[in-house]
Design a protein around this ligand. Structure first.
Ligand code: TEU
Length: 539
């Protein structure tokens, strides 16, 4: 395999509870995932990233980890994980696992020991316990809010019923934040990294990588002022976090086999984000600026240029992503009036996306993305053009965002629907009994994998063709050279390929001297129509 595989890899995100179920309980699992590795190898991806499969009470679908060194029974066993890694490697697929270091589950042994011990005891050093403000400590220690809604602090109650200290949770109340100034936390995570590196994983995706270290003294967040200053709040992107990643990098580098780290860090300033990618820190970071782009050519050009320039300055590849388990699927997002603002599932309640326009633009955006140099992340089902499930009954919603936001944000369940594998089986072939933990929308039937694999013109075939050409022409290791074009056209050369996307404008003639290698729609004549991408090669 190529050295520094992470520089140009296409990595497929598996959300294990919704990928493939082998037991029939309606929840996907690791043995189920193993049965789909051939499908992924055929699609042509280089690696798979698994969202958390660790032991967890599932308050945040596994992002609340109770034991980092065990598999949740819902997903299988450690032996299954071991077999999964071996089976993936046997097919030339790398394996990336999800590491959640900002918080644990409240059911983790560290938190259980902490709350059983009195305030000020060494057991409490692992988390951010503080006395409350106000006369009797009845007010939270500061004004920080939870990302999911509501306040970011919860007060403990002693066994005799008296109120006690507060603990910080930037996410759900069942996800207490760790205190990364503690050496015990740091060395505890060294052990977790080694545990999985010893079992052969090729890398880690670091959950909320910008939040581990908080500002000294946990000051109130003046959100308005931070916005004016273009700064993150005191819980995000603090300089001290880089020390943690340097430590991890040393651990990874002590193993052979090109192991890598990818940061999930919502840091809007590309230069600040690139600091995580300095040569002694992480290898890559998700580029959410690209995901946040509206369907607007100028915005794409500016974002691609800025992110690429910031990464080039530190010698890192740029990493592109359009969908994941936290955002509205791009096949629906692009069918909304404002795709940029609605990625968190806020908009889809009041406005039903136009999924025909959405899919057309999604195919165009995906083909543009796969023509860019660097690495790219695909979210399970985007290769089938799956839309968001926007009409889930409220009583089935499981994402904590829904409850914590006081039922104002529908949450992320709509992008986490079980995969449709076969059109004519119950549950669309997701499980042997037909059970699915969330219902699939009717639109999934026609998009099932067995209707698309090897079918010319299908979204699956478009992805497969792009991945094959990308590899053959080494596009991942190329560089962008902008091409002069009308305002509504995003046009660049990357090595042997010219990529052109028509964003929302009138058809334009294709340049002479080029042949169409791939296109997101049928090209009729010699024009690039609205909302379409082509890859061209010189003749
Ligand atoms: O997400 C971090 C994060 O900040 C996002 O949650 C985003 O702001 C949110 O989804 C908007 O609704 C990571 C995981 O990807 C996510 O699934 C977890 O819920 C979260 O961390 C907590 O672990």
């Amino acid at each position: 395999m190529t050295a520094e595989w992470w520089r140009d890899a296409v990595i497929y995100q598996i959300y294990p509870r919704s990928f493939a179920d082998s037991t029939g309980d309606g929840y996907g699992d690791l043995p189920g995932s193993i049965t789909k590795l051939d499908y992924l190898a055929k699609l042509g991806v280089d690696a798979v990233w698994f969202s958390p499969f660790y032991r967890s009470p599932m308050a945040d679908a596994g992002y609340d980890v109770a034991d980092y060194m065990d598999i949740d029974p819902m997903f299988g066993s450690l032996e299954d994980a071991q077999r999964l890694i071996a089976e993936a490697h046997a097919r030339g697929l790398r394996v990336v696992v999800d590491l959640v270091p900002n918080h644990t589950s409240d059911e983790h042994a560290w938190f259980q020991a902490a709350i059983a011990a009195p305030p000020g005891s060494p057991e409490r050093e692992y988390y951010l316990f503080r006395d409350g403000a106000g006369e009797n400590g009845e007010l939270p220690p500061n004004n920080w809010k939870s990302v999911f809604g509501g306040r970011g602090w919860t007060r403990l109650t002693a066994p005799d019923g008296t109120p006690e200290q507060w603990y910080l949770h930037l996410f759900d109340v069942k996800q207490p934040d760790l205190d990364w100034s503690s050496e015990k936390v740091r060395s505890g995570f060294d052990d977790v990294l080694r545990f999985w590196l010893d079992r052969g994983v090729d890398g880690f995706r670091i959950d909320v990588a910008h939040s581990l270290v908080k500002a000294e003294g946990l000051p109130d967040w003046d959100e308005e002022q931070s916005m004016l200053d273009g700064q993150s709040g005191p819980m995000w992107d603090q300089d001290g976090v880089h020390e943690v990643y340097r430590r991890w990098r040393r651990i990874l580098d002590s193993y052979d086999g090109d192991r890598s780290l990818v940061a999930e860090a919502w840091v809007p300033d590309p230069t600040r984000l690139a600091m995580y990618l300095r040569p002694d820190e992480m290898h890559t970071a998700f580029n959410f600026e690209f995901l946040d782009c509206r369907w607007d050519a100028a915005e794409y050009r500016a974002t691609i240029s800025a992110t690429r320039a910031a990464d080039r300055a530190v010698g890192a590849p740029t990493t592109w992503v359009l969908s994941n388990h936290d955002v509205v699927r791009h096949a629906s997002r692009f069918g909304l009036a404002d795709p940029g603002a609605s990625h968190e599932g806020i908009g889809v309640r009041d406005e039903q996306p136009d999924n025909v326009i959405g899919l057309r633009r999604a195919r165009a955006a995906s083909l543009m993305m796969l023509g860019l140099p660097g690495s790219a992340y695909l979210y399970q089902g985007e290769e089938l053009g799956l839309p968001e499930h926007t009409t889930l009954p409220d009583d089935l919603r499981q994402d904590p965002t829904w409850v914590r936001s006081g039922f104002t944000r529908v949450g992320r369940d709509g992008c986490r629907i079980p995969m449709p594998w076969t059109a004519d089986e119950p549950g669309l072939g997701f499980s042997p009994t037909g059970a699915t933990w969330l219902p699939q929308p009717e639109a999934y039937r026609g998009l099932a994998a067995d209707r698309q694999v090897d079918v010319p013109g299908s979204t699956w075939s478009l992805y497969r063709g792009a991945l094959a050409a990308r590899k053959r022409l080494d596009l991942g290791r190329g560089e962008i050279a902008w091409v002069d074009a009308p305002d509504h056209i995003v046009a660049f050369d990357n090595g042997a390929v010219r990529v052109m996307t028509n964003v929302l404008g009138a058809p334009v003639p294709l340049p002479s001297g080029y042949a169409v290698l791939l296109s997101s729609v049928d090209i009729d004549g010699d024009e690039l129509p609205t909302d379409a991408t082509v890859w061209l090669t010189a003749i």
